[in-house]
Structures are given as C-alpha cells and as structure tokens.
Design a binder for this molecule. Structure first.
Ligand code: ZN
Length: 346
C-alpha cells in the first residue's frame, strides 16, 4: 500500500527484524476461552496459542509472522456476568495463560522483569507479560494485588469501562477522582514494580495518577482525542503529561479511536494512513520517545490491512514511507516501552 522503493522495502524489513517489537495490549486469553453457563468449569478452549487459527487475531504462529517479540497479554473479567465469581474467572485465565505458555515453552516464555524480556527475546522466544484489565479484580483488597504480582502479573489497567473500587472508567465518567483505594493501588504498584496503565481511566482519575505516581505510566491502548473525540482517547495535555513522566501512549487499531463515529459496518473507511496520522500527531507534540503499539487485537479491534498480528510489518513500511529514521522506528516499535519496563519492573 505504500509506494516504497526496493531499497526502502529492504530497509523496512531489516529495521523490523532488528527491533524488539512490543505490543502492550491484546485479549487473546479471553478470546481463546468460550464462556458458557455457570457450571464448575464454565468455559471451553476454542483455540490455543500453539495452533495457528483462522479465529481471533493472535497466536504464536501469527506473532512470529508479524515479527512481534514482546506482548502484554491482558486478562479481563469486568462484566456483570462475573459478579460473585470474578476471582475464579481471573484464576481460570491465569491457568489458561500459564498452561499455554508451558505447553509452548520452546516458543514463548513469561517475562516478569526487563532483563527477562531481553533474555527471552535474545534467546529467540516471544516474551509474554501479564496484565489485568480492570481493578475490579482486586475486589477492594490490596493483598489481592500483591498475590496477582506473585502469580506473574506485572501491569494493571486501573479501570475498565465502568466505575470500580479505584475510580471511574472513561465511559461512565462522573468526574470523580481516584478513590482512596485507587491511590493506595498506585502507591503499592510503584513499590512492587508494576506498570500502571491509564487506558480506560476517566480524565480526573488520570490527573490524580500523574500527581501520585513515582514511576512512568503507560496508556496500553488509547489514541489521540485531537484526531478522534472518543472517550477512550487522550487529550494533548494528557499525552504531554504522560511524556513528561517518561511514559508511553500505545496506539490501538480500534476503528472508532482512529476516526470518530466508525462502527463495525464502516470499518472499511479506516486505513493504516489514518493510524499513522495519530502517530505523527504524538510525535509532533512530544517527540519520538513516548509512543508505541497497543493493538487491542482479540479485543474487537483491527481494520482492513491491519486485521491480525501478521500485519504489523506494514507499520514499519509506513514509518519508512513517512520518513522516520531507523533509530526512531526502533523506539516506536518497542524501545520506548522497553525503557518504561526497565524503569518500573524490578
Ligand atoms: Zn480495553
């Protein structure tokens, strides 16, 4: 789709291969688990990480084809259906994740520190980080955060769509501040060395996080409000504040975040050029050190030409087409997030 010379195509291939490519948000774990009823074992695995599937957007074979090296796998059980059995749902997702990683240990490994990410990738395997999307998982108990940490979780998206014990999600924004428990979670995540994720958080809560956190934070899957006025996107002021703290905004492939008003039916109107406009916007605003990739694959996102993780090399071609030098492309593809991981995870 980009008009590249043969030399530019080769440059894009080389820089993509050389880079440690990081994707900060996918929902593959939940996508693999088909939920049904409320029995004791209330899901079945409809696909696995090890088998290349025509369903979903992320599995090991397709991660490899896309040249992606490090991914944050999110676990999300925030809907009302999980009320009263939420912790069990998270333990089931943890079991699926750890079991799949163990079954495919020659291809993929859990990483819990920056050094482990680097060692796993240099050893030729995919580095998998674990996150929880939605502080509902803690059920108001800071001890649960510490136990999730011990089970390998290294990032927490403080809220999902609705309000929870930590604060307001951006969809149900009442203008509320972070709660006292939300502040406690931020402080404990700083202490443990966990990555705070402000995607989904309402704006007032975002500013409370920025005021409290001693570590850089990420938005794992959000885009620019200046280009698409969706509640899930960040304002220019928020992006500047994130950058000032050394954090990263990771741009998702969600149609409505890229272009206002896009639905499943009109997703054909979104192209990689539109996504690259968000990237250009962040870089115009704060420079090339604070932006990365946060696909939200298997979470209902993607657009024509970027419909699964095999398509990620197209981004590198696009960056070459837009004139970015190699060292900036490496930062955008993963270097910026690796800096955050190094600063936060011990
Ligand atoms: Zn999300």
């Amino acid at each position: 789709m980009f008009n590249l010379s043969r030399e530019e195509v080769e440059r894009a291939v080389a820089v993509h291969r050389r880079s440690i490519v990081v994707d900060t948000h996918n929902d593959a774990i939940g996508n693999m688990m088909a939920r049904a009823g409320s029995g004791t074992r209330d899901f079945r695995l409809r696909r696995t990480l090890g088998e290349r599937s025509s369903e979903g957007q992320v599995d090991i074979s397709r991660i490899r084809e896309g040249g992606v090296d490090c991914l944050i796998f999110a676990m999300c059980a925030t809907g009302p259906v999980y009320r009263g059995r939420r912790l069990k749902a998270y333990l089931q997702m943890l079991d699926v994740f750890h079991s799949e990683v163990e079954k495919n240990s020659e291809e993929i490994a859990l990483a819990t520190t920056h050094k482990e990410v680097i060692d796993v990738v240099k050893g030729g395997r995919i580095a998998a980080l674990l996150s929880v999307e939605g502080g509902e998982a803690l059920e108001g108990d800071i001890g649960v955060l510490r136990m999730l940490y011990k089970l390998g979780v290294r990032a927490l998206t403080l809220t999902h769509f609705p309000r929870n014990e930590l604060g307001d999600g951006s969809r149900d924004d009442s203008g509320s501040r972070l709660t006292a428990f939300g502040v406690e979670v931020v402080e404990e995540m700083n202490r443990l060395g966990m990555v705070i994720d402000v995607s989904h958080l309402n704006e007032r809560g975002f500013w409370d996080v920025m005021e409290r956190t001693k570590s850089p934070v990420i938005a794992s899957h959000s885009n620019c409000k200046a280009l698409s006025s969706h509640h899930r996107n960040l304002t220019d002021q928020q992006i500047e504040a994130l950058a000032k703290k050394g954090g990263v905004i990771n741009l998702s492939y969600c149609g409505a975040f890229i272009k206002a008003g896009i639905t499943r039916e009109s997703i054909g109107e979104v192209s990689l050029d539109d996504w690259l406009d968000h990237l250009d916007h962040v870089i115009d605003l704060v420079g090339p050190d604070y932006v990365g990739l946060g696909s939200d694959f298997d979470g209902g996102c993607g657009f024509p030409g970027m419909d699964d993780i095999t398509k990620v090399p197209q981004i590198t071609r696009g960056l070459v087409a837009r004139g970015y030098p190699d060292e900036e492309i490496e930062k955008i593809l993963g270097g910026n997030n690796l800096r955050v991981f190094k600063g936060v995870m011990r």
